[in-house]
Ligand binder design. Structure first.
Ligand code: PAF
Length: 281
C-alpha cells in the first residue's frame, strides 16, 4: 500500500490506473477506522481493481469546534488496518494540502439538505459536498462507497454528483453493528461505560417501532420512539423523523413515501456523544 499525502501524486497515480483500464474505487473516510469502514473497503475491493481510501478529518464540515478538536485521530492504527485490508492507496493529506485556498463554494443542495442534519448542523452538508467533490475531482473514481449510517449524507452526495456532473457511481453499503445492535461509529470510543451500556437501546427501540408502526400512524410511531428513548436516563433525542428515502422529506402518512419504504432517522445525545442511526419501515 502506498501512503500519499500530495494531491498531485494521487491524481497522477489514479489517472495511470484508469489509463491501464482499471476500475477505480474510492472510500472517503475521516479515519478512526472500524469494521464499518472495512466492510466498505471489502466491497470496493470486490468490485474494483484499484482502491483508494482517503483519511481526512475535514474541518469544513464541523459546525462545532469542540467536535472537531475531539474527533478521534488514529493514523498509525488506520494505516495498519488499511495495509491488511489490501488497499492500493491511502490518501492522507494535511488541511493545507486539501485547502490551499479557503473553499468558498456554496452548493445548492436543495430539499435533501433542508431537513434533519441540515438545520441541526448548519454548514455541515456544504462542507461534506466541498471535500467529497474535491476528492472526486482528484481521484476521478468509477465508484465511491458510503455507509448507510449517514443515510441523509448519501442523498446529499448524490445531489452534489448531479450538480457537478460527475460520472461516478455512488454505492451505499449497509450499516455495520456491534453484536448488541449499536451502529459502528468512530464516535463510539467517546462513550462512557454507562453510555455504552444504554447505547444499544437506540437500535432496539427502532426495531420495536417497525412492529409498532404496522398498527399505528407515522406521528404515533415517531412519538413511540422519542418517548421510549427520552424515558431512559442518559438519552436526549434531538430528532426522530420518518422520511421518504429519496427526498428526505418527513411524511405525514405512510403512503406519502413515494420513492420506496419510509425511513426513520434518529439523532440522540447519549451523554455528551451525538449518535445517529436509521431504520427502514
Ligand atoms: O462520512 C464521513 O466520514 C465524512 O462525512 C466523509 C464522507 C468522509 C467526508 O468527510
Amino acid at each position: 500500500m502506498e501512503i500519499i499525502r500530495k494531491t498531485s501524486v494521487l491524481s497522477a497515480l489514479t489517472a495511470e490506473a484508469k489509463a491501464a483500464g482499471k476500475v477505480v474505487g474510492l472510500v472517503p473516510t475521516m479515519g478512526a477506522l472500524h469494521a464499518g469502514h472495512l466492510s466498505l473497503i471489502e466491497r470496493a475491493r470486490r468490485e474494483c481493481d484499484f482502491v483508494v481510501v482517503s483519511v481526512f478529518v475535514n474541518p469544513t464540515q464541523f459546525n462545532n469546534a469542540n467536535d472537531l478538536k475531539t474527533y478521534p485521530r488514529t493514523e498509525e492504527a488506520d494505516c495498519k488496518l488499511l495495509t491488511s485490508a489490501g488497499v492500493d492507496v491511502a490518501f492522507i493529506p494535511t488541511v493545507e494540502e486539501m485547502y490551499p485556498e479557503p473553499d468558498t463554494r456554496v452548493f445548492d443542495l436543495g430539499e435533501v439538505a433542508n431537513v434533519m442534519e441540515g438545520p441541526m448542523r448548519p454548514g455541515h452538508f456544504n462542507g461534506v459536498a466541498q471535500v467529497v467533490s474535491k476528492l472526486f475531482s482528484m481521484v476521478n473514481p468509477d465508484k465511491a462507497y458510503f455507509g448507510e449510517k449517514d443515510f441523509q449524507q448519501i442523498a446529499v452526495i448524490r445531489k452534489m454528483v448531479k450538480l457537478c456532473g460527475f460520472n461516478i457511481e455512488i454505492v451505499d453499503c449497509p450499516i455495520k453493528r456491534e453484536d448488541d445492535g449499536l451502529a459502528l461509529s468512530s464516535r463510539n470510543v467517546r462513550l462512557t461505560e454507562n453510555d455504552r451500556k444504554i447505547a444499544p437501546l437506540i437500535y432496539k427501540t427502532l426495531v420495536e417501532s417497525v412492529t409498532f408502526a404496522k398498527s399505528h400512524s407515522v406521528a404515533e410511531t415517531q412519538k413511540f420512539v422519542t418517548d421510549t428513548l427520552n424515558a431512559i436516563d442518559g438519552f436526549e433525542v434531538e430528532y426522530y423523523e420518518i422520511v421518504d428515502p429519496v427526498t428526505m422529506q418527513p411524511i405525514e402518512k405512510w403512503k406519502d413515501s413515494v420513492n420506496g419504504a419510509p425511513h426513520g432517522c434518529i439523532t440522540v445525545y447519549c451523554g455528551d456523544v451525538r449518535l445517529i442511526d436509521n431504520i427502514k419501515y
